[in-house]
Design a binder for this molecule. Sequence first.
Ligand SMILES: Cc1cc2nc3c(=O)[nH]c(=O)nc-3n(C[C@H](O)[C@H](O)[C@H](O)COP(=O)(O)O)c2cc1C
Length: 265
Amino acid sequence: MKSSGMRAHVVLAHPESQSFNGHLAETTRSELTGAGWEVTFSDLYGLDFDPCEAPRHYSKRADADRFHAQTEQRFNATEGSTPDDVEHEIKNVLASDLLVVHFPMWWFGMPAMMKGWIDRVFVYGMLYRSTMRYDADACVGKKLLACVTTGASADSCAHDGREGDTGMHLWPALFPFRYIGFDVLEPEILHGIGGVAFVEGEDDGASGFERFTKNWSEQLQHIGDRSVTPYNSDSDFDANKRLRPEAPSFSPFVAHEPSPPWSQR
Ligand SMILES: Cc1cc2nc3c(=O)[nH]c(=O)nc-3n(C[C@H](O)[C@H](O)[C@H](O)COP(=O)(O)O)c2cc1C
């Protein structure tokens, strides 16, 4: 897709820039740049990004005695003293039409670096607040595309696979992007990449690389055709924020019937 005037921000959350994820992120950068996008790139480990939200990041404090993260995020946003590394990321996110995040599946979720980027960059009082969430948020109109690798095979990660359904694992992981207004595109999930089979020598780890990269390049060329994850709109919920009986349900996470085994009414 040839694009003019479109901007993308690419985020890599992997400790090794020469990893499979690193190469995929570079492919994203070069493919989008070649298609006319203006691209910014954050290699979070390369930048030594600190993923831990903590008092040490704030030179000014609303309450110096007791650290409350959302209070300090909002206070510092108002004071213009948001930490520089966070400010840099927010600037790139807000300037972009598309955010592409690259990370490996680590323990059935995103690595702490990716999660911590969300914790710190999705600043309360800037990217969301109580009156500015979901359908009415800072990132409405922007698209989020996650490219995720698993060590386990596609079969192991299927709906009936031994590792559990990766799509289900990613639903809550990607929900923060929906929370601040993004259209969450269907994630790209590449299975069987450098997991324990690679470490234990049953897999050379390289066989699929060119095939995967070529396929990812093609996916990027057709990004406009990618489906958007359906979520309920604000109007689907009643005054108590429960799903209205007539509203559609798009996932077991927001459903008319509870799902076992830990459901609460
Ligand atoms: C701490 C850690 C946890 C992991 N957890 C999972 C997991 O839950 N599911 C899975 O399929 N692979 C898991 N893996 C394997 C990685 O997903 C796999 O090595 C990675 O996707 C390969 O991409 P890379 O070469 O860019 O690192 C884990 C790896 C590490 C280091």
